[in-house]
Design a protein around this ligand. Structure first.
Ligand SMILES: [Ca+2]
Ligand SMILES: [Ca+2]
Ligand SMILES: [Ca+2]
Ligand SMILES: [Ca+2]
Length: 476
């Protein structure tokens, strides 16, 4: 099923084409149409059909991010001010954020909030050990592309989700590591056209001694979630939002949930503010890998999901198949045995979602453990430990892996910085890379040009080329 906004340009074009075919027109008018068609076609290729980056998959993949906008370099780790991440985030207009420094950026308890549309945050450009935000990040904008950062807030200051976003569209999160919230770790729901891929969602903390140690609320009308690792959270792994629309969840790894794996997915949201309302939840959960751990209560170890409804007619529609439930061969063979309760409608076939490069649950388990999270240039000690715990079926800290504060696991790891590559004209592309690609290291205007006319601007080619396309890595 294709989303309507992918089709707008095509619809306009076919309408124009049929008018021009039916109606004899003077040459001048025809040329005008040809130009309009050419522009419409370029616009379509540039903004909607081109993936945000090679390896971007699913409904958020067409997010434009900061393409064509200015390059803003983060040059220090300050909480705010010139050269800070906050200044880059709060800037207006399309922008591609690159990093000339690595380390932990302490927000001093003040939320990082993206309020202006069209931003790409290219964490993979950071030298050394890369970037960690010690603070929470809100996505209050459209066309957002975020790659290769860590978001680990201090949950003591107030109730926080590491990443939160609602009511927007065209968002893709790729290789982002999140942890240590006091509500959910990563909650992105009631948006449209969203992909969350190759992210690591772990170690929800508590507000005080008890409370919400939750993975996330997910569910966006046309949402894709694949190859994420969700580990060491009590529940909401994830919680599907009420009235979440069409969602496709594949090839994720879920480890060491506490008292519930996944639930939710009611048809309607109470007090829904969206217009038009979305009054269904239609959910595919395919080829995911469930591995209960030491914190997983015995009565929920075989739970793939426990769908919710609040009243008659409030059930969502679920298709659940080909998931592997570690230690439960019967549930692995017949996944419906792991879908608990009766508050759902069973879909015998998945809804027709945009395809991804799909693997079996067992293959996805291996790929996720290698690639998920902020794995370039290397994982930090938090993610490295969590991946090892998943692999060995263990937990090191807290109550069998369920923790209360970041102090339980040693807090924010030290991230080494390093000298960034020389970039004389400060356009985000290093001198050496520019020379190797016939660009001008003394002219910043070439960053937004497209030397090979493939739709990706030169600066995008530089930032995309730094990292492996994880999907291609396993499909070759
Ligand atoms: Ca929340
Ligand atoms: Ca340059
Ligand atoms: Ca240049
Ligand atoms: Ca190009």
């Amino acid at each position: 099923m294709r989303a309507t906004n992918y089709l707008q340009s095509a619809d306009v074009m076919s309408e124009s084409a049929s008018i021009s075919a039916r109606t004899p027109m003077p040459t001048l008018c025809y040329s005008f149409f040809a130009v309009v068609l050419a522009i419409a076609s370029t616009e379509s290729a540039f903004s909607r059909e081109l993936p945000a980056f090679p390896g971007a998959e699913g409904y958020g993949a067409a997010a434009r991010g900061g393409r064509g906008g200015r390059v803003i370099a983060v040059t220090n780790l300050h909480e705010s001010g010139p050269g800070s991440l906050r200044a880059a985030i709060e800037a207006k207009g399309p922008r591609i954020v690159v990093f000339r420094v690595a380390g932990t950026i302490d927000s001093k308890g003040k939320r990082f909030s993206i309020k202006n549309d069209n931003i790409t945050i290219a964490g993979q450009t950071a030298p050394g050990d890369g970037i960690c935000l010690k603070g929470d990040l809100a996505l209050n904008a459209n066309d957002v592309v975020i790659r290769y950062i860590r978001v680990r807030p201090d949950p003591v200051s107030r109730e926080v989700d590491a990443i939160f976003g609602r009511y927007k569209k065209n968002i893709i999160l790729d290789h982002v590591s999140t942890s240590w919230s006091s509500d959910e770790v990563l909650s992105v729901y009631h948006n449209e056209y969203v992909t969350i891929q190759w992210c690591l969602i772990s170690e929800a903390c508590a507000k005080g001694d008890s409370g919400h140690r939750f993975g996330g609320i997910w569910g966006n009308n046309f949402g894709t979630y694949h190859h994420n690792l969700i580990a060491h959270n009590d529940s909401r792994n994830p919680r599907w939002a009420s009235g979440c629309g069409y969602n496709d969840y594949r090839n994720n790894v879920i480890y060491n949930w506490g008292y519930e794996s996944c639930y939710g997915g009611e048809a309607r949201q109470k007090g829904d503010r969206r217009n038009p309302l979305i009054e269904h939840s239609t959910i595919n959960m395919l080829a995911n890998y469930y591995k209960p751990g030491p914190a997983t209560r015995s009565e929920v170890k075989d739970h793939v999901a426990k769908p919710s409804s609040r009243c008659e007619g409030d059930s969502g529609s679920w298709h659940v198949a080909r998931n592997h439930v570690h230690g439960f061969p019967k549930v692995t063979t017949d996944n419906w045995l792991g879908v608990k309760g009766n508050r759902f409608k069973r879909l015998t076939e998945p809804w027709d979602a945009m395809p991804i490069k799909q693997q079996s649950a067992e293959e996805a388990y291996e790929a996720v453990l290698v690639h998920a999270g902020c794995s370039f240039p290397n994982r930090d000690s938090i993610d490295a430990r969590i991946v090892e715990e998943v692999r060995t079926g263990t937990a090191t800290f807290g109550a069998s892996g369920i923790i209360t504060t970041p102090n339980d696991v040693g807090g924010w790891p030290k991230l080494k910085s390093a000298e960034p590559p020389a970039d004389t004209d400060e356009d985000g592309m290093p001198d050496d890379w520019e020379k190797a690609h016939d660009l001008n290291p003394d002219d910043a205007s070439d960053a937004t040009e497209d030397r090979d006319d493939d739709g990706y601007t030169n600066i995008e080619e530089y930032v995309n080329g730094l990292v492996t396309d994880a999907a291609s890595a396993f499909s070759q």
